[in-house]
Design a protein around this ligand. Structure first.
Ligand code: ASP
Length: 439
């Protein structure tokens, strides 16, 4: 039983009055949904412009000494339409006038950008008949611009627990001097997580325009299955490899407190979505693979040196050369007398000459071979732990599709199997693996 839910609604869920009405129905259909975090109005159709983007545009126009009034009028008109259709009493003109004054006096981009969620949340609060709580009064950053967790959780918790219900704007908080600071783009997800943690919610619902996280990229696999349950760790692996459904930083506040996240679809509220939790439910049917994701654009730098095996510290010295040139390594498969470092081609190409020179002078290798155009694919699932034959299945799927594996990596936690293949075979590989391991 969830007694207390924090529900965050994204930009497409709040893009116009009809979407806001759907959201209000969702909120009212479960009395546990007491704290609502709202985004700014997003896109209503594919080439529409998000309010946040219009606000950033106003700021850059103002900064360049250009006339921003037409852009600000577009923003004002969108809100006016919403206000009229919802039939709420709201003075949009004075909000817009305030943004205009701040823009004219040379504000940072954060202030205007934050007004998208600020105004939207005030309108939604009026429509629901709920109190509005400004995020600048409960979410705090320190001097370095990092979230001040302790003060935030305490202040937000105390303030919100004194209210029965509240609407809180996403995406921003306040610096120690009171100035507005935003999170990075998509940051309302982070606000939702912070609020869920502060009020000690039983569940953090994240309402968006898809019915959950997909088990593979829908641009590559036709109609991939929605993931019903996923652990925080699996989510981290899949997100790192390119699958995205939440802002990267949104997991941390709730994860520490063991609050599950439920990704839900505002346009299909009957769908269960994806539940992200610390562990998979016990009664879940044994599922080996949760999802498949990958990335292109890697190079493998392979070093061969006879008797490398006996040279303690060789690997450390090699990795340090990459590190001091600002190139993080992604994988590092080794043989007896060989070691390969898999890195981003983009980063490597910028430092190629210097890295190769340093490897030659400091490590005196017999051969250096560079393989480019590598894609890395991760097959992720906590269900794979201790299950025999998983790697065999992966290799079989790729072999049957005629794909050569150029690198293999599996951590001892058996949470994922990672293979490196030719970039040109990326889509074919993802489909072959999906068909064999998930479909
Ligand atoms: N409105 C902000 C953005 O477009 C934040 C958010 O929606 O999460 O990035």
């Amino acid at each position: 039983m969830n007694n207390l839910i924090t529900a965050k609604f994204g930009g497409t869920s709040l893009a116009d009055a009809s979407q806001i009405k759907k959201v209000a129905e969702i909120i009212k259909s479960n009395s546990a949904r007491k704290f609502v975090v709202a985004s700014a109005p997003g896109k209503r159709f594919s080439d529409d412009i998000k309010i946040t983007d219009l606000l950033y545009k106003c700021h850059s126009q103002a900064k360049n000494g250009e006339d921003f009034s037409a852009t600000l009028t577009k923003i004002s008109e969108r809100y006016s339409e919403i206000i009229k259709a919802l039939n709420v009493d709201f003075d949009i003109d004075s909000e817009i006038a305030e943004i205009k004054t701040k823009l004219q006096s040379g504000t940072t981009p954060d202030y205007p950008a934050s007004r998208g969620e600020y105004i939207n949340s005030k309108i939604i609060a009026k429509f629901l008949g709920w109190p509005f709580v400004d995020a600048a009064e409960i979410i705090f950053f320190n001097e370095k611009g990092l979230l001040d967790e302790n003060t935030t959780f305490k202040t937000a918790g105390e303030k919100l627990k004194s209210l029965e219900y509240a609407v809180i704007p996403g995406f921003y908080g306040a610096m120690p001097d009171g100035k507005i600071k935003t999170f990075s783009r998509g940051g309302s997800d982070v606000t939702g997580s912070i609020i869920a943690r502060s009020v000690e919610a039983d569940l953090y619902e994240n309402w968006t325009d898809v019915s959950g996280m997909l088990s593979a990229d829908p641009r590559i696999v036709q109609n991939p299955k929605v993931i019903d349950y996923i652990t925080y760790t699996e989510l981290r692996e899949l997100s790192y490899m390119g699958a995205s459904v939440l802002h990267e930083d949104a997991v941390f506040p709730v994860r520490k407190a063991g609050i599950p996240i439920n990704i839900r679809n505002t346009n299909k509220p009957g769908d269960n979505g994806t539940l992200i939790a610390a562990t998979l439910p016990k009664d879940i049917e044994k599922r080996a693979v949760t999802g498949i994701a990958g990335r292109k654009g890697f190079s493998s730098i392979r070093i061969e040196k006879s008797m490398m095996n006996g040279e303690t510290g060789f690997g450390a010295k090699l990795l340090y050369i990459f590190a001091r040139n600002g190139i993080p390594f992604e994988h590092c498969p080794t043989g007896i007398d060989t070691i390969s470092v898999v890195v981003s081609s983009e980063l490597f190409d910028q430092k190629r000459e210097i890295v190769l020179r340093e490897i030659k002078t400091e490590l005196d290798p017999d051969f250096i071979t560079i393989e480019k155009n590598l894609a890395v694919v991760a097959i992720v699932g906590e269900g794979m732990v201790s299950v025999k034959g998983m790697a065999a299945k992966v290799f079989d799927a790729l072999a049957k599709a005629g794909i050569n594996i150029r690198m293999i990596d599996q951590g001892s936690d058996e949470l994922n199997i990672i293979v490196g293949i030719d970039e040109g075979e990326y889509n074919k590989a993802i489909n072959a693996l999906y068909d064999k391991m998930i479909a």
